[in-house]
Design a protein around this ligand. Structure first.
Ligand code: IDP
Length: 136
């Protein structure tokens, strides 16, 4: 059963020139690219994207960070794409949760700059894909 998920390479990943590395890991896993777009996001889109974190202590810094430079937004497809991508990305905290071999486990240090995003459920994926790629 094919599934779609929203992947972001966040501003730290673009700044560190890890876009190619991330795309390579998506493809090596066997997942496919449906849409790709490099863009700077405004606060409104960022706040909608991270709406579930509104009110948390790190919400403001999260919005500042995600709007601080270009992000690569991608729609990625494949069997169990949501869980598969989260496995490739690694856990939220790059040291405590992400395992070696994952993107965050191998390449990131801090939770606030953990390089990539992936939808966490089919409902989030549908909502996020509509938000970032309304034409799809
Ligand atoms: P996820 O990106 O692994 O799905 P979420 O819990 O959805 O993790 O959090 C969204 C993003 O918010 C994380 O990737 C991380 O960058 C940031 N974040 C989450 N928790 C914290 C925190 O406790 N301090 C700072 N940033 C956080």
């Amino acid at each position: 059963m094919t599934e779609r998920t929203l992947v972001l390479v966040k501003p730290d990943g673009v700044e560190r020139k890890l876009v190619g590395e991330v795309i390579s890991r998506i493809e090596r896993k066997g997942l496919g690219l449906v849409a790709l777009d490099l863009r700077v996001v405004d606060r409104e889109l960022a706040a909608q994207h991270y709406a579930e974190h509104d009110g948390k202590p790190f919400f403001e810094s999260l919005l500042e960070f995600i709007t601080s430079g270009p992000v690569l937004a991608a729609v990625v497809e494949g069997p169990r794409a949501i869980a598969a991508w989260r496995q490739v990305a690694g856990g939220t905290d790059p040291v405590e949760k992400a395992t070696p071999g994952s993107i965050r486990g191998d390449l990131a240090l801090e939770t606030g700059s953990n390089l990539v995003h992936g939808s966490d459920s089919p409902e989030s994926a549908a909502r996020e894909i509509k938000l970032w790629f309304p034409a799809l």
